[in-house]
Design a protein. Sequence first.
Length: 277
Amino acid sequence: MRKIVLYSILYGLLPFFGETFLQKSNTLNKGDKRGMSGHSKFANIKHKKEKNDAAKGKIFTKIGKEIAVAVKEGGPDPANNSKLRDVIAKAKSNNMPNDTIERGIKKAAGDANSVNYVQNTYEGYGPNGIAIIVETLTDNKNRTAANVRSAFSKGRGNIGTSGCVSFMFQKKGQIIVSKEEYETDPDEFMMVALDAGAEDFVEEDDSYEITTDPDAFGEVREALEKEGVPMASAEVTMIPQTYVELTDPKDIANIQKTLDMLDDDDDVQDVYHNWDE
């Protein structure tokens, strides 16, 4: 059962009622399923990591592109490049070795002029109106466009116009912390996250989900990092406002085909959708 911590109200009342109020409120909320729709991201992250273990080279290549772009835009020193710091954090959460990260930074710094990746975003629909957003980073827009279009069509979906589904998502910084890797008092951890600037704090059965404003993501992530908090995932992402369930096996097979083809494409950096898996 998911425990939602509506901290914005509680935190505002804390100076008036003290910690006792917060503790009582959290006790009342145990077993009370409210607010968000109960979609644990941690299970999906574990699944992706297990999948990526068999093909680490592919995910490392994708993150390597992000490192190259970050270095080109802001220089090779993470201390002076917040975007690079965030990409490094993402790389570490995907078990990318430090020496691989350092080599990527040095390579990009030594040959910055060769980095000519262009970022494009595609929006479209899968079976039963599933909303899909695809973010790409490519040196060949025509190749990428053809591959993305093929992935949609082979899954019985179609690419739409810019903005056709993005309004169904919210851009947020999201940090996932595994309970197995980080044993702590939930209330104390919530306060640490709030003090760092988090917007939302959600406790799941197996993890904690911390949501931030995209512009505050780096600051919150670094604050938690200084507290020694291990992160299963830390990135700016697109969070669906609603989810769509599929029951027809053919629809499920088709959406999975589209997602698999997109995941296998080296030009595709991220895929967001509102399928209730």
